[in-house]
Each structure stands twice: as structure tokens, then as C-alpha cells.
Design a binder for this molecule. Structure first.
Ligand code: ADP
Ligand code: MG
Length: 239
């Protein structure tokens, strides 16, 4: 596992992210150190412009940092080329977005299968695993429905199934309840609770207190730096 903190699956050290050059330069992250252990359920909070999406893009291997190191499941991401990064994104990370990002003309089952199709998994196994993933979000009975035939909460559950289907190292969610009413939010948070109890590693980016308080650990970002890092259950300070 390289030189990381023992037991951590994600390890960020001295991460800086700078966009643009010269007068247009924006220093979006200014030295982030963060270790996340297997099975942690973590929320990242912070005001608009604080660097949350920048951090999410790095965690999700959608971008690489200007400086600093990131290791994911023992692999130093800085060492990977674009095709290796794409492979890590497909295999190691399950993305969940505010806007669900389902393919409208595909059924819930087909949407859930997609990451496996990209990963080259054969049809029968794809179908079996996609049904299993839909089962985890209690939605196998809607496998043949298209997104427009489902409620917002149900669409997000399909998106969670799609994120789970590759059995990823990390579930990474950006404002997953941002487009949902309070009842659907409750439904989605219950699923995250269940997945956390099963030992999934989950990172949720949110600006909603009621969402963050369900996580086991809350990290606050401000002006590109981590300002607080607390365990939620007992209000104990992690660092
Ligand atoms: P948050 O998600 O917390 O609102 P962001 O990570 O999106 O914050 O942005 C952090 C800072 O970086 C902001 O000042 C934002 O304007 C800037 N920024 C984000 N993305 C880019 C980009 N692609 N090019 C230039 N500046 C950017
Ligand atoms: Mg953002």
C-alpha cells in the first residue's frame, strides 16, 4: 500500500490545484491532506467556491492535481496515463450525480449495466449483476422502466445501482439529494446508511446539514483548505 497511512484506501497529500495562468490564475486547492479508510462514510461540506467540486474531480480521477500526491487503493494516481485513469474511474469509482445522469431511452436495468458494458463484461453476467445491484436499492421490480416512468428518488436509486454494479472501491456522490424532495431525500439517505453498514466506502459532497449529519465523518472545506474534520457519532475531533 505504498507509504500511505495504514488502512486508508484514499490518501491525499499536499494537494494543490491551480486553474488558469497569470492574472486569471485561481488557486482552488491550497494544500489538502486527507486520508479515508476503507468503510468510512464521509461528507464534504463548504460554501460555494470553496473547492468541493475541484476536490471531487480529483477524488474521482476526473482530473489530476497541479501538485501533491493522491493514492487510491494503493495506486499512485499521478503515475497513471489517460487510459489507465479511465480504467480506474470505471473499476474503482461509482459516481452519483445531482442530476442522476441516466440515459433516457434505456431501462433501469440497461442503465445499471452500462459500466459493465464499458468494462467488457458479457451480456448474461451483466444482466445478473445489474439485477443484483437494483435489488440492493430495492428497485428490481422496476427493472424494465425507463427514467421518465420513475420518480426522482427512484431515478437516483437506479443511479446508485449503476454506481454499485462494478463493486467499486469508492462511492462518490456530488449533491446526491440536491434535486430531490424531502421524502425522496430520506429514501436515498436510508440507502446510504444501509451501504455504509455493509462496509462501503462513501464520500458525499453536500451543502445540506441534514445530509451531512448522517455521515460518520464530516470534513469542511473553505478557500481551498480543510478547516474542520469531525467524527459525527460522538462529536469527537479527528484532526
Ligand atoms: P465549489 O464546488 O465548492 O463551489 P469549485 O471547486 O467549483 O468550488 O471552485 C473552487 C474555485 O475554483 C472557485 O473560485 C472557482 O471559480 C474556481 N474554478 C473551478 N473550476 C474552474 C475552472 N475549470 N477554471 C477556472 N477556475 C475554476
Ligand atoms: Mg461545486
Amino acid at each position: 500500500m505504498g507509504n500511505g497511512t495504514p488502512g486508508s484506501v484514499l490518501e491525499l497529500r499536499g494537494i494543490h490545484q491551480i486553474y488558469g495562468t497569470g492574472d486569471a490564475e485561481v488557486h482552488a486547492l491550497r494544500g489538502i491532506d486527507l486520508s479515508i479508510a476503507a468503510g468510512e462514510y464521509l461528507a464534504i461540506m463548504g460554501p460555494s467556491g470553496s473547492g468541493k467540486s475541484t476536490l471531487m474531480n480529483l477524488l474521482g480521477c476526473l482530473d489530476v492535481p497541479s501538485s501533491g500526491t493522491y493514492s487510491l487503493a494503493g495506486q499512485d494516481v499521478n503515475d497513471l496515463d489517460e487510459s489507465e485513469l479511465a480504467r480506474v474511474r470505471n473499476r474503482e469509482i461509482g459516481f452519483i450525480f445531482q442530476s442522476f445522469n441516466l440515459v433516457p431511452r434505456m431501462t433501469a436495468l440497461q442503465n445499471t449495466e452500462l459500466p459493465l458494458a464499458y468494462g467488457g463484461v458479457k451480456y448474461a453476467e451483466r444482466k445478473r449483476r445489474a439485477l443484483e445491484a437494483l435489488e440492493l436499492v430495492n428497485l428490481s421490480y422496476r427493472a424494465d422502466h425507463r427514467p421518465q416512468q420513475l420518480s426522482g428518488g427512484q431515478q437516483q436509486r437506479v443511479a446508485i445501482a449503476r454506481a454499485l454494479v462494478t463493486n467499486p472501491t469508492l462511492l462518490l456522490a456530488d449533491e446526491p439529494t440536491g434535486n430531490l424532495d424531502s421524502e425522496s431525500t430520506f429514501e436515498i439517505l436510508a440507502i446510504f446508511d444501509q451501504l455504509a453498514a455493509q462496509g462501503r466506502t462513501i464520500v458525499i459532497i453536500t451543502h445540506e446539514e441534514n445530509v451531512a449529519e448522517r455521515a460518520h465523518r464530516v470534513v469542511t472545506v473553505k478557500d481551498g483548505l480543510i478547516t474542520t474534520d469531525h467524527a459525527n457519532r460522538h462529536g469527537e475531533l479527528v484532526r
